[in-house]
Design a protein around this ligand. Sequence first.
Ligand SMILES: Cc1cc2nc3c(=O)[nH]c(=O)nc-3n(C[C@H](O)[C@H](O)[C@H](O)COP(=O)(O)OP(=O)(O)OC[C@H]3O[C@@H](n4cnc5c(N)ncnc54)[C@H](O)[C@@H]3O)c2cc1C
Length: 424
Amino acid sequence: MAWDFETDPEFAEQLAWIDGFVRDEIEPIDLLIDDPWDVRDPLRNDLIVPLQDEVKKRELWACHLGPELGGQGYGQVKLALMNELLGRSLAAPIVFGTQAPDSGNSEILAHYGTAEQKQRYLEPLLDGRIVSCFSMTEPHGGADPEVFTTRAELDGDEWVINGEKWFSSNAAPAAFFIVMAVTDPDAQPYRRQSMFIVPAETPGIEILRNVEGHHAYIRYTDVRVPSDHILGARGEAFVVAQTRLGGGRIHHAMRTIGLARHCLDLMCRRALSRHTQGETLADKQLVRAAIAESWCQIESFRLLVLRTAWKIDRYQDYKRLRGDISAVKAMMPKVLHEVASRALQIHGSIGTTAEMPFLGYVRDSYTMALADGPTEVHLTNLARALLRNYQADTDTFPDYHIPRRRQEAEEKFRLLLDKHARSV
Ligand SMILES: Cc1cc2nc3c(=O)[nH]c(=O)nc-3n(C[C@H](O)[C@H](O)[C@H](O)COP(=O)(O)OP(=O)(O)OC[C@H]3O[C@@H](n4cnc5c(N)ncnc54)[C@H](O)[C@@H]3O)c2cc1C
């Protein structure tokens, strides 16, 4: 029977190296640059590129990918153990070549791109020389892709794209965009849209503004791409999107474990260091409860993430695991929100300021509850997947009604009950 929580010694050594490398070399960079995705920033490049080279030398680069695409093919469980160390730092996923949205975009290109597209877009993306953008959400609605109106029409041997997209992360530094657009308005709802590769220099792309950080509001006006720039089959955008979102969601969850653990570490250090009423905060029962509850939440979340990662490695089928991934996605913001809020509270006034990281993490917990789909949608998906395993009871008093079960038990053991002159 295989049921194992051990890390093999060789990989444990790699993890120990990653832990030190993130702490000593990458975390300081988070304090010096705002946007580690911005490949146009020379300071960013001087700080990050040498570290990327070191990661490549240690064969830890792009570990979400199989060896045929330049990754190590470690699988999702090892990736989870790595990602929970990288999660502490904004720049660390970039240094290790596993950052969103590029990781998901490279998966789509690997699956659906032509040989020429792979050479032009996938190779430099995998190498970390360029970054990319996934442009799907629209200003009038994101949770329901059926309401999207951005249109792509075939004109000769070119697609012409018109419409607006919202919260397209990394649009400014991106070398190309993956854009979802309606190609077949009269088809069934889930077959109306297709996915396109759009090079950033294509005329007609206008970043109206960065709504927040590097999340852009974009207008596409008569944007023309060659007809072979469709990714996947015509009308198959939903299938293509799922290819990237399954992996992307679980990778975020892996990194969130790292953030939540960081909050717990800092909470414990503060509780032991700060005195009030002649004792430490750690001596207060309610503070102890906050610490213990945080640990329980993090560890149970971590087990669910690792089990889901293990299932991905075993079944290689995101569709089959949609319920598991939705569960992880729905738990993720709640765990981070509650643990970061407790860490903030235990740090008192300074915890509420930008001199400590907690308020940022609490804010992250809200964006996590939206990016890659709102929590409500994932909870609904999970419930739907669970309910598929059950059927409605037709009897008013179903077979689990205790009087009925008791009667059945009496009938089953009638001889013994009679022998002992017992009735229930
Ligand atoms: C940090 C961040 C990064 C992002 N990056 C990208 C990106 O790179 N590319 C991209 O295309 N998009 C991106 N998004 C957009 C993201 O995918 C959308 O925010 C998300 O799909 C929700 O869409 P919306 O914001 O329009 O909310 P709406 O669709 O307006 O939903 C608002 C709220 O309504 C409720 N709701 C919606 N549907 C249901 C339902 N079925 N049942 C119950 N309640 C429901 C929920 O409370 C939900 O939060 C990003 C978002 C964030 C926050």
